[in-house]
Write a protein that binds this ligand. Sequence first.
Ligand SMILES: [Zn+2]
Ligand SMILES: [Zn+2]
Ligand SMILES: [Zn+2]
Length: 128
Amino acid sequence: MEFLQRTGGHFSVEEIYRNVHKAFPSIGLTTVYRTLEVLVEMGLVSRLDFGDGKSRYELSSGSGGTHHHHLCCTGCGRIVDYQEFLEEEKKVIKNIEEALSRKHNFQINEHQIQFLGLCYDCRPKEAK
Ligand SMILES: [Zn+2]
Ligand SMILES: [Zn+2]
Ligand SMILES: [Zn+2]
């Protein structure tokens, strides 16, 4: 938790393990993995899927993180967090949530929004 709070980033289990292991050499990868699962269950940490088959973890908005959406570059793995939501974006998400909860009789408490694509550096010249 302290590591995620300090860095405010999105990390894979291996990355978190490498950092935590430096300070606490007795902690193994399995412990880090299990701890993260528990923190996710408790709602303190969010698990994210950026489409590369690797889960990433970040502080959830419930534990001091701020609610934001993601733009993820599938070329270099760069992740842009943004909180300045477009007016349409807020409206669309609210409408979708309302319609989905009605249709499936499901109470939606939160959402994760990820847009996958290519950042400026990763796009071929013609596409800039
Ligand atoms: Zn949102
Ligand atoms: Zn990129
Ligand atoms: Zn984020």
